[in-house]
Design a protein around this ligand. Structure first.
Ligand code: PEP
Length: 263
């Protein structure tokens, strides 16, 4: 179902009317985690200033440490819905547990499956059945085939509104958080008709690499970008060092606006 066979070109997935596909570079931006209504609204305004068409933000956070901030849950979803009303930006947010899929789908416009859950097959089937577009991140060590098979689990439940997201893979290099695999974009475009985004924030883990990697993503033909922004990264409850702040937004906006959508 997700293979390139029988498709002349990459499909376009619509998220509340916003297209993600081959004709444009769609920017999705927002805070890594929803912390407060004020912080989420400020981050959404920053996202909009950078040219974002969709707002990202985690209400359920899959953290490596059980002692780290785990997200606000349903309260976070409500904040995202309020910020959508205020800014008009549709909402992309992660779901980590099959039991939460219905409630997340009630508030969100697109459901995100994070890297750690790429092969959580019960979760994939649950999001496949709920009828909302899905953003499927690549597992930390997943091959292209494993990733596309994970997408197939969603598609098999009748949902072909799937967007893939490369977010870096495990490597031997410790100066960066993960190794961004830019080959994923042309390879996925060869193998599948699904659109593919790049998340340079979670790949690099460092804000100074986010704009250069965004340019690389656009250069290899990514259909969009997923980027962390935060009004006060130094006090962020999650992944502050990778969040863009105000000063970086112009550079990002220029890259997205001026580079051609694909080579
Ligand atoms: C995220 O986008 O909030 C996130 C946790 O990303 P990943 O699953 O890629 O680590």
């Amino acid at each position: 179902l997700v293979s390139h066979e029988n498709h002349l070109r990459t499909s376009t997935v619509h998220v509340r009317g916003v297209p993600i596909g081959p004709d444009s570079v769609t920017l999705i931006a927002g805070p890594c985690a929803v912390e407060t209504p004020e912080q989420t609204l400020a981050a959404a305004e920053m996202a909009r200033k950078a040219g974002a068409a969709l707002l990202r933000g985690g209400a359920y956070k899959p953290r490596t440490s059980p002692y780290a901030f785990q997200g606000l849950g349903v309260d976070g979803l409500k904040i995202l819905a309020d910020v959508r009303t205020e800014t008009g930006l549709p909402v992309v947010t992660e779901v980590v547990d099959p039991a939460d899929v219905e409630v997340v789908a009630e508030y969100a416009d697109m459901l995100q499956i994070g890297t750690r859950n790429m092969q959580n097959f019960a979760l994939l089937q649950a999001v496949g059945a709920v009828g909302k577009p899905v953003l499927l991140k690549r597992g930390l060590t997943a091959t292209y085939e494993e990733w596309l098979m994970a997408a197939e689990y969603i598609a098999q439940r009748g949902n072909l509104d799937i967007v893939l997201c490369e977010r870096g893979v495990r490597s031997f290099e410790s100066a960066i958080r993960n190794m961004l695999d830019v080959s994923a974009v042309p390879m996925v475009h060869q193998l599948s008709h699904l659109p593919i985004l790049i998340d340079p924030s979670h790949a690099a883990g460092r804000r100074e690499l986010v704009v250069p990697l965004s340019r690389a993503a656009i250069g290899v033909g990514a259909d969009g970008l997923l980027i962390d922004v935060h009004p006060h990264p130094e006090t962020a409850k999650c992944d502050g060092p990778q969040a863009l702040h105000g000063a970086d937004l112009d550079e990002l906006e220029t890259a997205v606006r001026t580079l051609p959508p694909a080579l």
